[in-house]
Design a binder for this molecule. Structure first.
Ligand code: ATP
Length: 324
């Protein structure tokens, strides 16, 4: 019978992580368990940095972006020695179960702990949406909405001055956020890591938009694309052919992930947090709580660890048609 559990947030912060910590805490408390928060992701696990979490400790955070526990990328946890230290601290504190709120790398780490025999369940949370085991992850919807709001504003000024904007969005090596931002904002062109696109091709899409009579052109560029915004900007500095539009570049960067979670992410966080705890309560360990086909499901961490989700080619086609 489990009596004490811990929860951590790991990898890049995502809007809704706080709501997930709150859900894990309160559902765990409802099981009669004691709950601890691990500070700064796996780093705090390695150093044994815990804080007790009560119902009141997690009050007033459901609407806040980021993660009040802190997040970090821990190289030490990737070593056997680091993981041994983490397990020693957990054992000394009498903690018998762990919840990992995070993305791809974090859930791969969770799977390693699970394989070492420690009860761990994951909660799918990353703005990159690259995690196998969940159609959509906590943070994606808010990050998308923030990007759309920013581009809506850019389009106003772009149209007034007949400008083209290169807009870099986050997503690490995955183009999902850029693709959906492009579709949602009506971008004229989308550059993602999954599809080879030369700088010359980007130039052609801008020129073509000008020739079609557009008053602006928006090119959404994924940070992980081979031709990201800095590379494209350098290319266009020496570009001799007239684009039609005056060109500007902007990187949305961390602004995109720092917002307050929208309704979708708060409710997804509540449901996934509860699902991970309920799974542990019935003795189901080593699973990821995610959302598939609108249902909350659990998938063995071993099936998702180290894998990344691809891009649906039909969405690429749609983006192209809609950009006309
Ligand atoms: P995001 O992509 O949203 O930033 P993420 O969870 O994918 O989130 P990563 O930086 O890939 O972020 O991973 C977070 C942490 O998980 C790493 O710093 C490391 O401590 C741990 N981790 C990642 N991969 C492994 C692995 N193969 N084995 C053990 N731990 C890992």
């Amino acid at each position: 019978m489990i009596k004490r559990v811990a929860v951590l947030t790991s990898g890049g912060d995502a809007p809704g992580m706080n709501a997930a910590i709150r859900a894990v805490t309160r559902v765990s408390l409802s099981q009669g368990w004691q709950v601890f928060g691990v500070k700064n992701g796996y780093q705090g696990l390695v150093s044994g940095d815990y804080v007790p979490l009560e119902a009141r400790t997690v009050g007033g955070i459901v609407q806040l972006g980021g993660t009040f526990l802190g997040s970090a990328r821990s190289l030490e946890f990737k070593t056997e020695n680091g993981r041994k230290k983490a397990l020693d601290h957990l054992s000394k504190a009498g903690i018998e179960g762990l919840f990992v709120i995070g993305g791809n790398g974090s859930q791969t780490g969770a799977n390693v702990l699970h394989q070492m025999g420690f009860p761990v369940n994951g909660i799918a949370s990353t703005i990159d949406n690259d995690l196998v085991g969940s159609d959509i992850t906590i943070g994606v919807d808010t990050a998308l909405n923030i990007a759309l709001e920013a581009i809506d504003r850019l389009k106003v000024t772009a149209s007034s001055h007949r400008r083209a904007f290169l807009v870099e969005v986050m997503g690490r090596d995955c183009g999902y956020l850029a693709l959906m931002t492009g579709i949602g904002s009506g971008a004229e062109s989308i550059v993602i890591p999954e599809v080879e696109m030369s700088a010359e091709q980007v130039a052609q899409t801008i020129q073509a938009a000008y020739k079609r009579g557009k008053s602006h052109a928006i090119v959404v560029v994924a940070e992980g694309a081979k031709n990201e915004v800095d590379t494209l900007s350098a290319f266009f500095k020496n570009y001799k052919t007239d684009l039609g539009f005056d060109l500007r570049a902007i990187t949305l960067g961390h602004v995109q992930r720092g917002g307050a979670p929208y309704a979708f992410d708060r409710t997804l966080a509540a449901r996934l947090g509860a699902s991970a705890v309920e799974a542990m309560a019935r003795g189901q360990y080593g699973v990821l709580a995610g959302s598939k086909g609108g249902e909350i499901v659990t998938t063995p961490l071993a099936e998702i660890a180290g894998k990344t989700k691809g891009i649906d080619p039909r969405l690429l086609q749609l983006a192209d048609i809609l950009s006309q």
